[in-house]
Design a protein around this ligand. Structure first.
Ligand code: ZN
Ligand code: ZN
Length: 414
């Protein structure tokens, strides 16, 4: 096992992809100064590859981690493209290295974990890593709801990968608190271990949706978030029917393989749900049609206006809609009012209680799902850090290319 000797670990040789300026402000300036059309691509973002000493350990319960694989998440892409809401701007600190889906090697002894332990990262930077007495949310295991993510002995940052002090996965080095480290069983390959964090988020989403026995659930979006949500619904809930809205043929095939009962294209979603639920279709004078009746619960796994619109318009009165992806602006909330929908957020991970069991962290449940689920069909692409632009472009159009997950492979430089 690596203990830190070798290429890329000496002083000044830690490589990091870094966001070095406020993305929305930077893009606004660029657009104004060059009169370019609206910039939406990640290629225009203030990102660079740096070499330096890497982050320092902020305290005794911290250790350095050398990432092996680090995933690219939809939230990374919207942050880098400047399309995420300014709401999040006080919750990050610059410059930061993105990357919160990480499997790597611990380089220091941290309490019970010896150097060399292979770990996955729980990226939440909450009370305990910040050296604070736990707030109410942290005490009851709902750490995603922590209120103290801007204070304590760390710079603001809702997670590792958005904080100036910790480094992130898209680099040769990050630092993590003992409470963020989950040792990986030897029989779990890196390619599955790197999926533990997104799987944990999907489990959290499935349990926030909490379908009842026999419920018909609609999953809108069939990228990694949507596909993993299907897995989690099948593994941890009693949903009877899971309809998936998938844009691309490869996504449709995968959704079925992972447990969807039926798959529809975005264009056919309304008709498909109308038929299977015997709902009534109505057409407003302007805008898209909607149903009176529909699925019992829906989850937006795409974070686009069209996707959330679909979720809200195809759910029956009194049903529940979960926001799993970063939500878009400008959605018509009429169905929420008129159909008395319950709209529920699902951020990161938390404590999970499955069918009356003792509560367990969704991370622990995800470790098992990563081992047991049929994930070999879930196509992944790995890139060396130097090819970060290509990697981000690939991740941005992964669905149409038949890829589920794009990650940085940092093992090549060992
Ligand atoms: Zn993520
Ligand atoms: Zn807290």
């Amino acid at each position: 096992m690596s203990t830190g000797a070798g290429v890329g670990t000496g002083t000044g040789t830690v490589r990091s992809v870094e966001v070095y300026r406020s993305v929305p402000r930077y893009l606004a300036t660029r657009v104004l100064s060059t009169a370019l059309p609206r910039v939406s691509s990640t290629s225009a973002a203030p990102l660079r590859l740096t070499r330096g000493r890497g982050p320092r350990r902020p305290g005794p319960r911290w250790g350095r981690v050398r990432p092996r694989l680090a995933g690219i998440c939809g939230s990374d892409l919207s942050t880098i493209a400047g399309t995420s809401s300014l709401y999040f701007s006080p919750l990050v600190s610059l410059p930061f290295t993105p990357g919160h889906e990480v499997v790597g090697d611990l380089l220091d002894d941290v309490e019970d974990l010896p150097a060399g332990t292979r770990v996955v990262l729980d990226p939440l930077l909450t009370c305990i890593p910040r050296g604070l007495d736990p707030c109410g949310a942290c005490r009851d295991g709902s750490r995603g709801r922590c209120d103290r993510i801007t204070v304590g002995h760390l710079s603001p940052g809702l997670q590792t990968g958005f904080c100036a002090d910790t480094g992130g996965g898209w680099s040769d080095r990050l630092v993590a608190h003992r409470s963020q480290l989950h040792p990986v069983p030897d029989d779990l390959p890196d390619e599955r271990a790197v999926l533990v964090e997104p799987l944990a988020c999907a489990i959290h989403t499935a349990l926030r949706l909490a379908p009842r026995q026999g419920d018909h659930v609609l999953v809108v979006g069939a990228g990694a978030v949507g596909l993993f949500t299907v897995l989690a619904l099948r593994a941890f809930t009693q949903a009877a029917r899971v309809t998936v809205v998938a844009k691309h043929p490869r996504q449709a095939t995968l959704a079925t393989a992972l447990g969807a009962t039926d798959v529809v294209s975005p264009r056919d979603a309304l008709t498909g749900v109308r038929r299977s639920t015997r709902a009534l279709r109505v057409q407003p004078e302007q805008g898209s049609a909607y149903l009176l009746g529909g699925v019992d619960a829906a989850v937006d796994c795409a974070g686009s206006r069209a996707a959330l619109d679909t979720a809200l318009r195809l759910t029956r009165a009194g049903g529940r809609v979960v926001l799993s992806a970063m939500p878009p602006a400008g959605v018509d909330l009429s169905p929420v009012w008129f159909r008395e929908l319950e709209v529920v957020g699902s951020y990161a991970t938390g404590q999970a209680r499955v069918e009356g069991d003792e509560p367990r962290s969704s991370f622990d449940l995800a470790m098992g799902l990563a081992r047991d689920a049929p994930l070999d069909e879930v196509a992944q692409s790995g890139y060396p850090l130097e090819r970060w632009r290509e990697a981000l472009e690939h991740a941005g159009s992964a669905g149409s290319l038949g890829t589920v997950k794009v990650h940085f492979d940092l093992r090549e430089t060992r």
